[in-house]
Design a protein around this ligand. Structure first.
Ligand code: ADP
Length: 544
């Protein structure tokens, strides 16, 4: 390619560059060590036409970002040796210190001896594309961070840190406190010294929520986004409170600012600010869209975290209520039970048979009430880790027989039978284990209204005793089987509504069995019946 040809080419390119402003051609004569370039090429490096005086690669390489110098030198050296083309991406620093991304696409011309003698190519400004890539990767990281924890103080700090230096030179998060003050939650800059300085400055001269000229105040009080793509010195002068403030603003070298409200249920709760300063970069409409998305995701994360905290509080209020109510109910029900027994005894002695049947029914109902209250008491103790266990070696078979007897006493329809025997004693709290068996038996009766029998199997493996309670009732679907041991879970649906209960018996039973180092599970076929099985170790266990 002749030099005049190249000139002509430059002129055509320049017309194109005028329009696009993003491409410049160059020719590098390796024999003479001289480079020539088009006007547009200089613009890519932040120089006016004819402003860049360098004629050789040494001058040119001074414009490269320090972190990319080696990469460019290595890729060029390799290309000149082994390739016919150069394809390199790198950053350059303009005279105004701003950073831009460029890409080189060049042909390598070789002489007859295959030695590279000339490189002819284009430089293309890819800053915008790089920015879009950074924006998208930032957004992806923000989503990940925000969903990683419910501690939004922590996650918002991480969001600010992730913003620099790709998305901003400065990134800050400010929150409105309950007493309507501005609390700077996070501030990030690539230079830790500057972060420290900004924190001190914020403490010394905190932004005033009543200062309506302040952009941050507008964001926090009115929920208005503040977008200043270009900050001029006139703008700084106009917005400065006083001389000192102006000096400070100038020192910050603000060049472009976006401040977005974090809005929850139509109310601003905080703001996230992205600032370009020393890099001299300018925010575009596309950057604003990304920042708005970040603010929206932050809002959602904060909202979720607050809802979670509120629901936690509601749960602890409920637990507290259950604990107090069950305590208060226990005393009158205990004396009711005692007086009923006294009257029943008297009636028996006097032979007043017509009173005995209703009194017995009354006693059965009081027993049910007592069990319910006990369950409630136990559950609140379990929550607080205060459920006591008095362990010893005991005869489990005996406990099973006694428990069956007492449950059988209040059930006429079902006949409870026992199969199998145990040869060894088990280690545990016999009253708690009786509670588990009672629970399984009463459930077996309750959930098999059409059946007439419940079978209890007693068996053993090498290390464990195994108790199985089998009924022929309504059964439990596979899906529900996974949930029935959780607190307050009750099978829903019209059928379930006919059975009274609180959904805590199996939860308590499973906790008791777990504390005994045993296992509890269920096998069931809907409509056919259920088989609940739990194990108890024969040897003494130490607690966790
Ligand atoms: P509840 O007080 O509701 O009986 P549980 O914790 O004892 O509470 O049981 C939880 C749920 O498991 C019950 O609501 C019921 O739907 C189901 N369930 C428990 N035992 C049986 C059983 N033997 N047959 C069918 N469903 C059962």
């Amino acid at each position: 390619m002749s030099s005049s040809h190249l000139e002509q080419n430059h002129i055509d390119q320049d017309e194109f560059i005028q329009k696009a402003g993003k491409i410049g051609t160059f020719e590098w004569d390796l024999v003479k060590g001289i480079s020539t370039w088009s006007k547009g090429f200089e613009a890519l490096y932040g120089f006016p036409n004819g402003g860049f005086k360098g004629k050789n690669s040494v001058e040119w390489s001074k414009l490269l970002h320090p972190e990319d110098k080696k990469k460019v030198a290595d890729a060029t050296a390799y290309g000149l040796k082994h390739e016919n083309e150069l394809n390199i991406e790198f950053r350059v620093i303009w005279p105004d210190k701003s950073v831009h991304h460029l890409m080189t696409r060049a042909k390598i011309v070789r002489n007859a001896k295959k030695k590279a003698i000339r490189v002819i190519g284009v430089n293309i400004d890819i800053t915008e594309r790089k920015q879009v890539e950074s924006n998208l990767s930032y957004l992806a990281q923000v989503s990940k961070v925000l969903s990683s924890s419910l501690d939004y103080n922590k996650t918002l700090k991480a969001v600010a840190d992730l913003g620099v230096p790709e998305i901003a030179d400065w990134c800050a998060v400010d929150m409105l406190t309950a007493d309507n003050q501005i609390h700077r939650l996070a501030v990030a800059h690539i230079d830790p010294k500057k972060v420290k300085w900004a924190i001190e400055l914020n403490k010394k001269d905190p932004p005033d929520i009543n200062d309506e000229t302040n952009g941050l105040t507008k964001v926090l009080t009115k929920g208005e986004t503040q977008f200043y793509p270009v900050i001029t010195d006139e703008m700084l002068v106009a917005s400065a409170r006083d001389e000192e403030h102006l000096k400070l603003a100038r020192k910050l070298q603000l060049s472009s600012v976006m401040m977005l409200p974090i809005i929850i249920q139509d109310k601003p709760v905080g703001a996230i600010s992205f600032i370009y300063s020393e890099s001299g970069r300018k925010y575009t409409q596309a950057d604003l869209t990304v920042a708005q998305e970040v603010a929206a995701r932050a809002a959602l994360a904060i909202h979720n975290a607050r809802l979670f905290t509120e629901s936690q509080k509601a749960v602890s209020v409920r637990d507290e209520f259950i604990s107090v109510a069950s305590h208060e109910l226990k005393t009158p029900v205990t004396s009711l039970k005692m007086y009923t027994q006294v009257i029943l005894e008297q009636m028996k002695r006097k032979g007043e048979d017509q009173m005995i049947i209703p009194l017995k029914k009354m006693e059965t109902q009081i027993n049910k009430l007592t069990l319910l209250i006990d369950d409630l008491l136990n559950i609140s103790k379990l929550q607080l880790g205060k459920l006591e266990f008095h362990e010893e070696f005991f005869d489990l078979q005996e406990v099973v027989v006694d428990t069956i007897e007492s449950v059988q006493a209040s059930s006429i329809q079902h006949k409870i039978t026992i199969k199998g025997t145990l040869t060894k004693k088990v280690w545990g709290d016999k009253y708690r284990i009786a509670q588990v068996i009672t629970n399984l038996l009463t459930n077996a009766i309750k959930y098999s209204p059409e059946a007439h029998k419940v079978v209890v199997h007693v068996g053993e493996t090498k290390h464990n005793a195994e108790i199985t309670v089998q009924d022929y009732g309504i059964g439990i679907t596979k899906e529900q089987q996974k949930k029935i041991f959780t607190r307050f879970y009750r099978v829903s649906g019209p059928e379930a509504r006919t059975f009274p209960g609180l959904g805590i018996g199996l939860y308590i039973s499973s906790e008791i069995v777990r504390r005994h180092h045993g296992k509890i599970d269920v096998k069931s076929i809907k409509g056919k019946g259920s088989k609940f099985c739990f194990t108890m170790p024969f040897t003494k266990q130490t607690h966790e």
